[in-house]
Design a protein around this ligand. Structure first.
Ligand code: ASP
Length: 337
């Protein structure tokens, strides 16, 4: 029996057309191009159908609405298809991959995100290889989780980050090895066990949770950010230096940290370094954060931390439970030592 794959086009360069204002997505354009590609009708390819989101977006405009729309489509078609390929813009693909990894609970089928740096309609492009490879991986069914396929590498979705605006090798996974690499054949990483679930698949819809990100820099005037530290702010990701350090007197709790604490805002410490882990309390400059109850993101990416905050608050957990679960590995997003 031929495998069946659902392609979900959300927008993004891969299916864009030329417009007066530069590349832009256009309804029906991708379907037209796909129909003209003989490889997609090859015997070796799975059967496929294409669904387009309405409206099609440049992925910079992605919000929880689009995440819910994608997860809703997957839920609706879960039993009809063997795997799902999401065609997405590269700009926020790592956020979407992270968000889906949390909201698709007990996932037992491949959900592969891909896109490209050059649109499919251009003669020289990276789109066709990314598309064909993603479809074959989704049909093969070895990877039963949310993954990102780009430039002959398959990465865990919630470990991936976009690292280049121009290289075809646009994504990488700084703290976790690729799930698979594609050379003359597709070689899966056998050290990574297949994620299989007995519990029934379900989708957690995500709410528009008020959260923020602050990136620390030399000379940062934290008092300028105090205004945003209101009670309605549920969570904040602080991108600190190195292993979790922020400027400030060793033991003095910064007013914004105190405010977060008093307001019950969950404060998550990520690192500006892509590789390695946060260790709160390793230096004097991070011990105040530890004392103020900040959450350590360990080696989680900022993208995954943001998505996880959306998810945990959408599940209805209180701030204390969110803090606790932020430090737990839920979907392979944190390295447990
Ligand atoms: N701005 C585009 C997007 O993210 C870039 C891309 O697809 O590569 O939708």
């Amino acid at each position: 029996m031929k495998k069946r794959i659902l392609l979900i086009y959300t927008g993004g360069t891969i299916g864009m057309n030329k417009s007066e204002n530069g590349y832009a997505p256009q309804r029906g354009f991708l379907q037209e191009i796909l129909e003209g590609i003989p490889a997609l009708r090859n015997e070796a390819m799975p059967d496929w159908e294409l669904l387009e989101l309405d409206p099609l977006l440049d992925s910079s405009n992605t919000t929880v609405v689009e995440w819910n729309c994608i997860s809703g489509i997957i839920k609706e078609h879960y039993h009809r298809f063997d795997g799902f390929v999401i065609l997405h813009g590269t700009d926020t693909m790592a956020y979407t991959a992270s968000a889906l990894s949390f909201s698709l609970e007990n996932l037992d089928k491949p959900v592969i995100l891909t896109g490209s740096q050059i649109p499919l309609f251009e003669i020289r492009n990276d789109a066709l290889a990314n598309l064909l490879t993603s479809m074959l991986i989704a049909a093969e069914g070895r990877v039963r989780e949310v993954a990102l396929c780009f430039d002959y590498k398959l990465l865990r979705g919630n470990r991936s980050v976009k690292r280049s605006t121009s290289d075809l090798d646009a994504f990488y996974s700084p703290n976790f090895p690729p799930l698979a690499e594609m050379g003359t054949s597709i070689s899966y990483n056998h050290m990574i066990p297949a994620r299989m679930h007995n519990a029934p698949f379900r989708v957690q819809q995500l709410d528009k949770i008020p959260i923020g990100i602050i990136k620390v820099f030399p000379g940062i005037q934290f008092e300028l950010f105090e205004e945003i530290m209101t009670e309605s702010l549920k969570g904040i990701v602080l991108e600190a230096f190195g292993a979790g350090n922020i400027p400030g007197a060793a033991d003095a709790i910064l007013p914004i940290v105190r405010k977060a604490y008093e307001n019950g805002t969950v404060l998550v410490i990520c690192s500006q370094c892509l590789k390695g882990s946060v260790t709160l309390g390793a230096y004097e400059t991070s011990s105040a954060l530890k004392k103020a109850g900040a959450v350590c993101a360990f080696d989680m990416t900022t993208e995954a931390a943001v998505a996880k905050l959306y998810y945990l608050f959408s599940c209805g957990y209180d701030a204390e439970t969110v803090k606790q679960k932020m430090e737990e590995d839920l979907r392979g997003e944190i390295t447990v030592l």
